[in-house]
Ligand binder design. Sequence first.
Ligand code: ARG
Length: 257
Amino acid sequence: MKKTTKFLTMMLAMVMTACTLTACGGGAEKGNTITFGTNAEFPPFEYVTSNGVIGEYDGIDMAIAKQIAEGNGMTAAVENMEFDSLLVALQNGQIDAVIAGMTATDERRETVDFSTTYYTATQVMIVKEDSDIAAAADMADKKICVVQGYTGEICVQDMGYTYEAFKKGTEAVMELVNGKCDVVVIDSATAQKYVGDNAGLKIVEDPAAFESEEYAIAVQKGNTELLDKINQSIEKMLADGTINELAVKYTEEATAE
Ligand code: ARG
């Protein structure tokens, strides 16, 4: 009897230790969890839903994050925050990696390391169906809406146009729908989703004005251990068609409603 109690106590202690070392702690990469930071306001890459692939989070990025963690025998956790806070949270060690449809720009490369590219996108213009905007240059005398901190804002800034920045893509699109602005500049796949959700809108592309953008996962500078794991998983998922399948699946879902 005494022996059994001792054994149980020992088991309990072991379980508790395991717990501290793994998923129960939250925060940074403790043992068996990779905590991904995201901004779940960017369908089809990340959004909040009742039954997502990681808790309430779903989308292409969330499915990729889950597979990266599980492929390495780990668990994926998500911390949802403002887009502008992601790289700071990464540097602080509050999160282990950022997966947020984030474009690997030279400026961001100064503070974090990026994985292999897993998706290529471009900025596009969302306008009303009857708009006369046919190219980026046509935005010159128009009211332009962007999302704060997104590469779309940087593009419009570099073109020298004035604009209004919103916290969320949906807010910028509502402004357009309500006739308070003429054009929203945002990433292509997300634009498709918004156009599918709102009647009377269309997409105008201008590949000569907007460079292609490479989405990648960010880790703390020098965290080669995690970066290697992430890169191996991404390369595998690119080679076996997983990422392509996810992109098709979530793009169809995003426009099906
Ligand atoms: N690709 C753009 C950027 O890197 C927009 C990303 C927005 N992502 C998000 N999860 N809100 O700035």
